[in-house]
Design a protein around this ligand. Sequence first.
Ligand code: HEM
Ligand SMILES: Cc1cc2nc3c(=O)[nH]c(=O)nc-3n(C[C@H](O)[C@H](O)[C@H](O)COP(=O)(O)O)c2cc1C
Length: 309
Amino acid sequence: MSVVVPALHRDPVWGPNVEAFDPDRFTPERAAARPPHAYKPFGTGERACIGNRFALHEATLVLGLLLHRYTVDDHTNYQLKIVQALTIKPEGFTLRLRRRTPQDRAVATPGISAATAPATTMRAPGTPLLVLHGSNLGSTRRWADTLAARAEDAGFTVTRSALDDAADGLPTDRPVLVVAASYNGRPTDDAEKFVGRLDDAGSGELTGVRYGVLGVGDRNWSATYQRIPTLIDDRLAAGGAQRLVERGEADNSIGLAAGAEPGSTAPSPHCSTRSVRRRPRWRPPPPATGCTNSTRPTSTPPCTPGPSP
Ligand code: HEM
Ligand SMILES: Cc1cc2nc3c(=O)[nH]c(=O)nc-3n(C[C@H](O)[C@H](O)[C@H](O)COP(=O)(O)O)c2cc1C
């Protein structure tokens, strides 16, 4: 089957004026209202562009650096005219750049200063927390790093590890935070053993484990979006583990910058002020019953054995 991509990107699902430059077409709400396959600049399926995220990060970075350093002036009142070579590009398009001064920046960010930044409060001093990541290329691992750092700020004593390191058992003396990704619906290399073991977990085998899951995925893989985080969340619950927070989702298809502060906004490839789509807004689990420094005693063993292979 052949798909004419320029025609696809001008389909009526894009609205009445497809030629207008309108970054708001890519707001999470409007993107969710369109069929997921209406946008295919990077191809599709298993042979989709492997440079997809690199290209979007590079574009965001270059644009961010330029706008940070320069004010741009459309000195010719340019009207778009496209020329086609190997790719398409605007013909005869030039901008005049002027270096931004500290004064320009102060005007652009009213009210933002170190003095007004919220202070961190220690809410869980000494509470142990295990953060487990499943990551091939590092973005999910960076999410785990960010969440671990945030938890440490809140007072948790955090241990970090790959999911497979916990394939033989999950602790019951501390909450467990799983941050995982999928590749064509399959686990990352460092999570295969863990997911395989969960497949065989009997009911009640994970009693005493308390956990939360943050899934990192990409809606371009619409049929298997968030498959592994969802599977981990479901299987842990089915094995008798206690879900402390609803599963969170980070969607890379909207240009989510890996390592962006959870709960903040992140730069997007299409619109620099758009919020990160996250459902629901994710935070580290609260210090809960059964923690070693909890006032409530726990009778559960320190470690529930993992499901047998
Ligand atoms: C905005 C920039 C880019 C666009 C629009 C783009 C688009 C595409 C498209 C449409 C395909 C074909 C997918 C298919 O066959 O269905 C593709 C494949 C590919 N792209 Fe890109 N690409 C971009 C940047 C990059 C970069 C920066 C790299 C490398 C760092 C890269 C590496 C590749 C590779 C290796 C393939 C072949 C993948 C395979 O056949 O398994 N691309 N790209
Ligand atoms: C080849 C490939 C396949 C992918 N398959 C899926 C998928 O099935 N479901 C999904 O939600 N995300 C999928 N993604 C998106 C990745 O899970 C996402 O980019 C994640 O951040 C990768 O994590 P990592 O950088 O830690 O390896 C895929 C990405 C690539 C490059």
